[in-house]
Design a protein around this ligand. Sequence first.
Ligand SMILES: O=C(O)CCC(=O)C(=O)O
Ligand SMILES: [Fe+2]
Length: 297
Amino acid sequence: MSSEYHSTLIAKAIAEYPKLGYSILPGFFTEEELAPVLSTLHDTLPGPDAFVNGSAEFQESHRTNYRAGLVDWPYPSTELSLFAVHPKLIELSEILLGSPDIRMYNGHAWVKYAGASYDQDHHRDYRGHTPVIASQDPEFAHVQYFILLSDVDEGNGPPMFVDNRLAEGVPMHPHLAPRDAHPEFYEAEIPGVGPRGTVIAFDIDTFHRATDLKRDGASRYMLLSFFRRAEANWVAGPGRGILTEDAEWISFVENASRRQLDMLGFPAPDHRYWTDEIKQAYVGRYPHADRSWLGLA
Ligand SMILES: O=C(O)CCC(=O)C(=O)O
Ligand SMILES: [Fe+2]
């Protein structure tokens, strides 16, 4: 986190994000940091040739459902689950949300293939994040990340972003900005391209859209991770959530740092919640988890 290049990316995000509503950070994650994630990626998502070589049924599911390649956090790969709350993302979120008191509230891993159709109108994403309306008050801020796990260029479906200053005064509802209503968004849109390891941070009120993968045989791998201010607890994705007994969840907890557990809302180590009885039961529930922060050996 201390490299000079990383510091320039943080400075870029601080300068751009409040103004544009998004910031594209190429090479945010190094090849070294990506390696364990890429080597286990296909435990969670099918491979790049899965569509081309896939059964008629596989192809049909991807053609008719644009989310067919989407898997909700926590993932079969623990490396990937932990990556969703990578210390560098936590650090960036603290900066962009303006507080250390934050949560990771949902995430997805998503593969897309040329041949399926993904093209969207510009939209804001809050409907999938809260049953109410996203607030633009900084105290209740969200930040969304698209983390590119494959190189993305104009040929493999870059997401497009609209400078938030163009959307000033546009009410939060309805969430869609169709082409005939807002042609200026489509004329000025910026593609979210970059080499794998690129992180795109964007705000909950930022208009953006998906595009088709135009190059034959192309695929695109992306991780989505969403953070919010802790107090904005009306925000939570409709994904699998954290109330799960699945092996994916248990493995995540048992391998996460204490700071990563903070992101999921685990009470702080010194919180009065932690009675001796609760500590013992917690250790029973997660037998392989670090317990040193509970004062237990
Ligand atoms: O996958 C993408 O490029 C963007 C998808 C998106 O914005 C959405 O489905 O809401
Ligand atoms: Fe979206």
